[in-house]
Ligand binder design. Structure first.
Ligand SMILES: [Zn+2]
Length: 150
């Protein structure tokens, strides 16, 4: 993860959701919420922002407001991409772990058994898992591109 814009936000922190007013306590560094309790609240807020608080907002002219709104949805999409990357990372870890265990199982077989159908099956499973881990890494690369990381 190359970006740092959210790492500067202090942890732990507390804030009230700008839409529903719920008190949000954030204790995790990878929890990037600073203004809304949920993406549902964030979406609702920006969709009907004139309903909430009634203030014109910190930015005066409409063009800039549009730009800010665009940035907010853009950020929200990036956060979902980041979430997908975290999930894929976890999947990759499981696949690599199982692959290592297959290798270990193969290594524990006698030479005779390694050459048997059972040994071959273990090797095939291990190769397949290797391919899966590689494909997940490819997917992660694509997502890094979509999220603006290089
Ligand atoms: Zn809320």
């Amino acid at each position: 993860m190359g970006r740092t814009w959210w790492k500067d936000v202090p942890v732990p922190r507390e804030f009230r959701c700008a839409r529903c007013g719920e008190l949000v306590r954030v204790g995790r560094r990878d929890d990037r919420r600073t203004r809304f309790c949920s993406s549902a609240c964030e979406r609702e807020f920006w969709r009907h922002r004139d309903r909430y608080g009634g203030e014109a907002g910190p930015w005066a002219d409409g063009g800039e407001r549009e730009e800010r709104r665009g940035n907010a949805t853009n950020r929200e999409r990036r956060r979902r991409i980041d979430d997908a990357m975290v999930m894929l990372d976890a999947v990759k870890e499981v696949v690599e772990q199982v692959q290592m265990e297959e290798e270990e199982a193969y290594g524990n077989l006698s030479e005779n058994l390694q050459r048997s159908a059972r040994g071959e099956a273990i090797q095939e499973a291990s190769d397949a898992l290797c391919g899966a881990a590689w494909a997940i890494e490819e997917a992660l690369d694509c997502l890094r591109g979509a999220s603006g990381e290089e």
